[in-house]
Design a protein around this ligand. Structure first.
Ligand SMILES: [Zn+2]
Ligand SMILES: [Zn+2]
Length: 439
């Protein structure tokens, strides 16, 4: 974006240098005046800069006239965003084109006029074929209907016939511009015009897209490296690694909301890959053969009692793998949804200790802390474990209650409008009790 701006500025700086080469020349040779053009070989004036509209490679016009025409067209562009291109050439191959088809091709290959409103006009002159033509874009057809174009040409064709191209072209160009500069025409031309989006926004969009893309690439590479590692991991390590990737998958899910274009794709790839990794056959640790996973129905029959309990409590999910060659069985276990409620049991080693209840062993007094004991029980072996904890003294509890009350009051004060002096009642209610009398 910035590059194109620099490029344009450079072109504008170069233009005054390169223009005279075309403008200062003597009258062109007879050879140049018989040159045949195709729509592709007509030089575009836009190479000199945004404010150039006249293409006169065979120099039919005086340099001062070219300048005047460029100014005229640029004024039209600035007020209406309509573009008038003026092309004068020595000729074209009449076996291949009519003037109208030549203009049509040239018009569309240059793209004259605004892209969405088609507000372009081409004033075309070819000496060899003695063609003069006003070619209009769809957006100006209403303002320059064929009859009006005919009239403009009619009014000035006399000069062209007499060989006074400067006067003829100037007259026609003015005829077209006047037609497009009436108040009504201006309104019509600018109808549907919307301000161009600010560059900063564009920049931000690009930056955002770049970040999304870079993030996608980095994460994809990271994931691929990790998956390799998991595939190569030994039997007891692999399930742990797969469990760990679940966190990464969750993280991706959250990031997806910020980068909805790229990351959801990765999230789903991740999820699918985790599943396939669980299904990836292990090699037998004794004989090296490929192991088979036992179907779910066999779980009850083959599984250890501990595993059955853990499965039922949703601590773990188990996959039993069996070697068809030597009969070795191995177990892969994955964390299930209740995993975090349990702790490791010191007696049997299973992850099946769960909190049962608590008992106060020492009542707290006003200034002395009390003590309690929490009981954990292993769901597999029944092993019990007690964890002592301390209980706040009554004094501490009182302080805590006051602090809590102050916090609530300050919250209510700030929510009722900050600095204002208005307050509010606490929100109590009455059951109708009380008494009264006359005096
Ligand atoms: Zn084996
Ligand atoms: Zn136990």
């Amino acid at each position: 974006m910035k590059l194109s701006v620099h490029f344009l500025i450079m072109l504008c700086l170069l233009a005054p240098v390169s223009m005279p080469a075309q403008a200062d020349g003597d009258t062109p040779s007879a050879d140049e005046r018989t040159r045949l053009y195709t729509p592709a070989t007509v030089p575009s004036p836009k190479v000199y800069g945004q404010q150039y509209y006249v293409s006169d490679p065979d120099r039919f016009l005086r340099p001062t006239m070219t300048d005047s025409l460029n100014r005229l067209c640029h004024d039209l562009y600035r007020t209406t965003e309509a573009e008038l291109a003026i092309v004068l050439i020595s000729g074209f191959d009449e076996d291949k084109w009519w003037a109208s088809s030549f203009c049509q091709e040239l018009f569309n290959s240059w793209g004259i006029g605004s892209g969405d409103r088609n507000t372009g006009v081409l004033l075309f002159f070819s000496l060899g074929t003695r063609d003069i033509r006003i070619h209009t874009g769809r957006g100006v057809e209403g303002l320059l209907p064929d009859a009006v174009c005919d009239m403009i040409i009619d009014n000035h064709i006399q000069s062209l016939s007499a060989g006074d191209y400067n006067t003829g072209i100037w007259g026609m160009a003015n005829g077209i511009v006047n037609q497009l500069l009436t108040d009504q025409a201006r309104q019509e031309l600018l109808l549907g015009w919307t301000p161009k989006r600010h560059n900063d926004e564009d920049d931000l969009t690009y930056i955002y897209l770049y970040i999304s893309l870079i993030l996608l690439i980095i994460l994809t590479i990271r994931v691929m490296v990790k998956w390799r590692k998991i595939e190569k991991a030994s039997f007891d390590k692999r399930p742990q690694l797969i469990d760990k990737t679940e966190n990464a998958q969750m993280g991706l899910g959250c990031l997806s909301f910020l980068f909805p274009l790229t990351l959801p794709f990765l999230y789903y790839a991740y999820r699918k890959q985790r599943k396939t990794l669980k299904d990836l056959p292990y090699s037998c640790p004794s004989c090296g053969g490929k192991m088979n996973r036992l179907p779910e129905e066999d779980f009850e029959k083959k599984a250890k009692e501990a595993h059955q309990i853990e499965n039922k409590l949703h601590i773990f999910k188990f996959d039993y793998w069996e070697c068809p060659l030597c009969g070795t069985t191995e177990v892969a276990r994955f964390k299930d949804r209740s995993y975090n409620l349990y702790r490791d049991c010191a007696a049997c080693g299973e992850h099946a200790m769960v909190y049962k209840d608590y008992k106060v062993t020492l009542q707290p007094t006003y200034d002395k802390r009390g003590e309690g004991s929490k009981r954990f029980v292993c769901q597999v072996c029944g092993n019990e474990k007690f964890v002592t904890y301390s209980i706040m003294s009554l004094h501490e509890r009182e302080l805590e209650r006051i602090r809590e009350q102050e916090r609530r009051e300050s919250e209510r004060y700030s929510s009722s409008g900050g600095g204002s002096s208005s307050g509010s009642w606490g929100g109590g209610s009455s059951g109708g009790g009380g008494a009264g009398r006359k005096f």
